[in-house]
Design a binder for this molecule. Structure first.
Ligand code: 4AD
Ligand code: MG
Length: 434
């Protein structure tokens, strides 16, 4: 009997069985007597071995003629294979072609980035992209596990909005019948409403920023995880943040063995990122540190650029929090410092190894009149924030929250160069194809 609907990843449960597997030909080597098919089914890769003397001649000839990315039904017996790291292979006895593939554009040779980006829909099939998406998937899975374990309720903020959290310069505008609307750049304001309804909440969804930045850290569309917690001050929020990030790192170490191998990511380096607490330095101290080390381009009050963040991060062996930035460069909703009027109660978490900011967060201002003044100072449309001010009118409580960028976190944990590979179909400055 032939066992059908088997996936390669499940090979260990089918050793000695004859199975039928749907797969693509990732690669092939053959000699006069034997053909080695590198098979890919989306769950894993393993080798199919076709021995001329053991199969009908037409099966052997078909195996030899298979081209890259042809889709096939493979029939054969699963065996242990101590020589491969995966540990299993299939002794092929039958092959049925499903879909032919001729002149597949992405060959094993090197291709330029633009070419690969133009073929993103096919490039996703490569083993490196497969590994990156497995790490992304693990971070998504672990995020739900962490917040569910800690009694957070998942709340979905709207994508179409009339109010904005992070300023008005990078908004995508669209028509909402006879009104203007924007694609959400952050769900935060709605998550504050949700925290006052459900205590501890988190969102996980797409956000959009029409940023003119063409850097290795910026996407136009990215996914953000935004927890918001009632009755919580900044110091306790920082503890949640470091526990969450350490949990993500540990989950990737535990569950992405193969992906880490493919990406040649050093596990010893990652292990350091599970050690708590993460260091905390103030914005003031960060500016001092930079000045002492020859950065003459930074003055108190400036925002940090990526060379600054990288230098600060390199001074530590794990992620670092930079606390209490100048009020003038941060969002309107942040809680003012109790004894200084030039800084706000906030923190960015900077990833090691030059990956930059992965979390932005703060304690929220809860004084109604202060917030109204802030809304006016930032030239925001007051009537669109009336609902937000209600949160300060009816049973306001201290609350704090943060946003973690999914793709930046994937880029960092996978140890890859550019955030574009952390998204299956990245939207970039000047690129919406494919
Ligand atoms: O620091 P940001 O702008 O913070 C907020 O949006 C807050 N409202 C979050 C909150 O407190 N609920 O963005 C948060 C994170 C950044 O640290 C970064 O990881 C990611 O979102 N991010 C981007 N990732 C990719 N491409 C971009 N253009 C990004 N902009 C922000
Ligand atoms: Mg930020």
């Amino acid at each position: 009997t032939i066992v059908e609907q088997i996936q390669i990843i499940d090979s260990k449960n089918h050793v000695g069985e004859t199975v039928k597997i749907g797969a693509w030909i990732a690669n092939k080597r053959s000699s006069g007597k034997i053909a080695f098919l590198q098979l890919r089914d989306g769950t894993a890769y393993f080798q199919g071995i076709v021995v001329k003397s053991e199969v009908p001649e037409e099966v052997f000839q078909l195996a030899k003629s298979l081209t890259q990315e042809t889709s096939v039904w493979i029939i054969g017996e699963i065996r242990e294979d101590s020589r491969s790291k995966f540990g299993y292979e299939i002794g092929v006895t039958g092959i049925e072609v499903i879909g032919e593939s001729h002149e597949y554009p992405i060959t094993p040779k090197e291709h330029g980035t633009d070419f690969l980006m133009d073929h993103r829909h096919l490039w996703l099939r490569s083993s490196r992209q497969h590994a990156i998406m497995q790490i992304r998937n693990e971070i998504i899975r672990a995020t739900y596990e962490f917040f569910n374990n800690n009694n957070f309720v998942k709340i979905d903020p709207p994508i179409l909005t009339a109010s904005t959290a992070e300023g008005t310069t990078d908004l995508f505008e669209t028509n909402y019948f006879d009104q203007k609307a924007y694609l959400s750049q952050s769900g935060q304001l709605y998550m504050e409403a949700a925290a006052l309804a459900f205590g501890k909440v988190f969102s996980f969804g797409p956000t959009f920023r029409a940023e003119k930045s063409k850097t290795r850290r910026h996407l136009i569309e990215f996914w953000m995880i935004e927890p918001e917690m009632a009755f919580m001050h900044q110091e306790e929020s920082l503890e949640v943040q470091e526990q969450y990030v350490a949990f993500l790192v540990q989950s990737v170490l535990d569950n992405c063995d193969h992906a880490l191998d493919v990406l040649e990511r050093d596990r010893e380096v990652l292990k350091k990122y599970t050690q708590l607490p993460f260091p905390r330095i103030s914005y003031d101290e960060a500016v001092e540190l930079l000045k002492k080390n020859g950065f003459d381009d930074i003055e108190w009050g400036d925002d940090f650029g990526s060379p600054h963040e990288t230098f600060i991060a390199n001074s530590f062996d794990r992620p670092v929090f930079i606390l209490n930035y100048p009020k003038a460069i941060k969002a309107f909703y942040m809680k003012p410092h109790p004894t200084r009027d030039d800084v706000v109660i906030c923190a960015d978490m900077i990833a090691p190894e030059g990956y930059g900011e992965i979390i932005g967060g703060s304690e929220r201002a809860i004084d109604h009149d202060y917030l109204l003044e802030q809304i006016r100072n930032h030239n925001l449309d007051e009537k669109e924030y009336s609902w937000y001010l209600d949160l300060r009118r009816y049973g306001s409580v201290p609350h704090s929250g943060f946003g973690l960028g999914l793709e930046r976190t994937v880029t960092w944990l996978a140890g890859i160069e550019h955030v574009r590979e952390a998204s299956p179909f990245p939207r970039l400055l000047n690129r919406i194809y494919p």
